[in-house]
Design a protein. Sequence first.
Length: 355
Amino acid sequence: MRERRLHPRGFTLIELLVVIAIIAVLIALLLPAVQSARAAAFRAQCVNNLKQIGLGLANYESAHGTYPPGSIRNGSGLTQDCNSPRRHTFFALILPQMEQNTIYNALNFNLNSLDQGMPYGLSGGDATAANTTAYNSVVASYVCPSDIKSRAYPSNLPGRSQASYAGVHGNKDVYHWWNGCPTTGPAVCEGDGVLNADYCYKLTAVTDGLSNTLFVGETSKFVGDADGDWFYQWTQDAWYGSWIDSTVSRMFSFASTIARPNSPVMIPEAQGDTTYYVDWDLNPNTPLERMGQWGFRSFHPGGVNFLFGDGSVRFIKDSIEVSGGIHPVNKTRMGGVYRKLATRAGGEVISSDSY
């Protein structure tokens, strides 16, 4: 009698479909948890980046007796040159405190960081070439992992490296419509924040208290940015017109608390509206709250991480009060909690539970 061989029974189509459906359900259940954990890790790294920048600023102050200027634009005294701004930023000045001595030592601060002209009336060659190697370098602590990574910049525009952070220059318009700056010469006004072009401050100048003063905040790319590959840079303090609309200004290394956190790009900037030309700090009207190209933003849902002067990093929600009430005497609108946190010596009283 022949022995019968039993062949193993295979899966039916229905059984395979059931297994696939179960796997799909498990993936759907696990994916939000994985994404949440990933976002939390990115946010934690972003906080750590800001703390490293805070240590850099504190160590700079300890070594020099003053915080660094927000940027070296035209300089002062015998080194002042109104015709060729150098535009090196505080991010470059604190590189030794960030353990980036190699990049720092490759910089020539007497030459410009990016612009084409030569300072002091010198001629011959492109000043940018002197700092291209250093300023093409990526500093990991200056880029938030949640930020969209920029593509390589065109070779004809060297010396640009991405950043996800900017110094808080406060509530005055000192870069675009000038807020009373002189129309000739360096055209640099003093803002009411800690980091301003060609100005530096001792610790004692921050009379509002280090724990109540914003120093640095996030400036990642905008979600759905119409400028495409535009990205923030730590290598210069200039501002430019948008690639898609010349009325839209895009700035680097600084940002203002005049706009609500995570406000979108305002296109166009309504330059014909005279309300935009008045002092921002004296008339923080509602339209200015929407001009996101001058403000802080992040890819962290609901708000933006900020470094305070005491080295702490706190999450400022999008819902924070930006504009306050009407001043009882001069009838101008007062700044809200957000704008008060940006001043170094405004004398405001801010409750710790108000943000």
